[in-house]
Write a protein that binds this ligand. Structure first.
Ligand SMILES: CC(=O)N[C@H]1[C@@H](OP(=O)(O)OP(=O)(O)OC[C@H]2O[C@@H](n3ccc(=O)[nH]c3=O)[C@H](O)[C@@H]2O)O[C@H](CO)[C@@H](O)[C@@H]1O
Ligand SMILES: C=C(OP(=O)(O)O)C(=O)O
Length: 433
């Protein structure tokens, strides 16, 4: 079994560079299916397991996909197939993002119904409501969603009940090739939505209003391959910012975009963390003592749910009582039990968690429950007494490239090991290396 081993007590310092954003690259790669003419070249693509999964989904749909040197090249000019099977959707829910492109290009899409996951039930009713408003007939049965439209999708007015990131993206992609104008209301405003709109417009689409609550998309007849560079990952940046603050360190997070991180910067400053804008990123200087604060996760520009568990790690070390309220996912507190194993004084009350700090954190064996929890537990290990072992690293690999290596380059005592390899075999392998 693979584990990350952390020996606590080191102060982080130096520079760390963030990768391209996972949550931007997945919809962007799904959108390349819309180009019936020319190749799409996507740059600054992180080497994450989720990227390999979405690439496989596209190959399965008959697109040519190459991935090397952080660049994905997609040729989707051949006729596309229509099915994204459960084997991919189970690994990664974002596989459903091919649905909008497939419906728009093919008039048909068949995607395995995603199940619940460790952070909530995560239905996709808002995605389907958008497709139906555009004239698609949607059927759910035998574990699949089948959507079909006669002729082209038709522009429509769609109001989302909640500003869902995925629904906004899926409906945006579908609307680019629809006949007429689509008005999308109460949409998500995340930076990743703006990145997707920028890509679509470079492909020849007419998307206006991305980053605001209402979008207007005028359908066009055809879209073309283009070149696009993915925005930096604000959640990876935020994770390293938290690591610096937690260890009382001084770290330059290169590539962090302050405008993408306003809520996190505000909350960390409230805790007493010093954050300085530099030319190529954000410098984070951790204080001797951290102040307790309250946090409520919200859609962007509110505090991101994807930073909730890392901030919980930081609040364990704050003096006083903090409250974290999760409003985006109904079950994103699975990491609380793992923090308790590390001596945290923490309790769940409905959709909130009460943290009484500062905790004298103790190293323990803990299991990651989702990708952000994986990062948060490793961060907590950085300030624990003794050794922390974090398992279930498949979650970490969905969202972080070489996380332990980057922390080690900042001075952390952290390594990744595979305990299934018997010592003797390892010795022989080392001798032969
Ligand atoms: C690949 C990707 O970009 N993932 C991000 C995306 O996920 P994702 O796109 O799945 O998140 P959504 O914004 O869609 O989900 C937010 C909430 O809306 C609910 N909902 C969503 C769609 C729907 O049709 N019906 C419905 O009820 C969900 O169950 C959840 O409670 O945004 C989340 C919220 O910022 C982030 O945590 C994820 O990291
Ligand atoms: C929840 C996340 O991702 P996904 O939507 O891909 O599960 C995340 O990135 O924290």
């Amino acid at each position: 079994m693979e584990k990350i081993i952390v020996r606590g007590g080191k102060r982080l310092s130096g520079t760390v560079k963030v990768e391209g954003a996972k949550n931007a690259v997945l919809p962007v790669i799904a959108a390349t299916l819309l180009a019936s003419d020319g190749k799409s070249i996507i740059k600054d693509v992180p080497t994450l397991s989720d990227v390999y999964t979405i690439n496989e989904v596209l190959r399965n749909l008959n697109a040519d996909v190459a991935f090397h040197d952080n660049q994905v090249t997609v040729d989707a000019s051949r006729e596309l197939l229509e099915e994204a099977p459960f084997e991919y959707v189970r690994k990664m829910r974002a596989s459903v993002l091919v649905m909008g492109s497939l419906l728009a290009r093919n008039g048909r899409a068949r995607v395995a119904l995603p199940g619940g996951c460790a952070i909530g039930s995560r239905p996709i009713d808002q995605h389907l409501k958008g497709f139906e408003a555009m004239g698609a007939k949607v059927k759910v049965g035998n574990g699949f969603i089948d959507a079909e439209v006669e002729g082209r999708l038709k522009g429509a007015r769609v109001y989302l009940d909640f500003p869902s990131v995925g629904a906004t993206e899926n409906i945006m992609m579908a609307a680019t090739l629809a006949e007429g104008i689509t008005i999308l209301e109460n949409v998500a405003k995340e930076p990743e939505i703006v990145d997707l709109a920028n890509l679509l417009n470079k492909m020849g689409a007419k998307v206006r209003g991305a980053g605001t609550g209402t979008m207007r998309i005028e359908g066009v007849d055809k879209l073309y391959g283009t070149e696009h560079t993915i925005i930096p990952d604000r959640i990876e940046a935020g994770t390293f910012m938290t690591a610096a603050a937690l260890t009382g360190g001084n770290v330059l997070v290169q590539g962090a975009v302050p405008e993408h991180l306003t809520s996190l910067i505000a909350k960390m400053e409230e805790m007493g963390v010093k954050i300085l804008e530099e030319e190529d990123g954000l410098r984070v200087i951790g204080p001797k003592t951290l102040k307790a604060i309250d946090i409520k996760t919200m859609p962007h520009p509110g505090f991101p749910t994807d930073m909730q568990s890392q901030m919980m790690a930081l609040l364990l070390r704050a003096e006083g009582t903090s409250m974290i309220t999760e409003t985006v996912f109904e079950n994103r507190f699975m990491h609380v039990e793992e923090f308790r194993r590390m001596n945290a004084n923490i309790k769940i009350e409905g959709r909130s968690v009460i943290v009484n700090g500062p905790t004298n954190i103790q190293g323990a064996e803990v299991a990651a429950t989702d990708l952000r929890a994986a990062a948060a537990l490793i961060l907590t290990g950085l300030v624990a007494d003794g050794i922390t072992r974090v398992t279930e690293l498949k979650h970490l690999d969905r969202g972080y490239v070489n996380f332990h290596g980057k922390l080690a380059s900042l001075g952390a005592d952290v390594e990744r090991i595979n305990e299934d390899v018997p010592a003797e075999t390892k010795k022989i392998a080392d001798l032969n290396a």
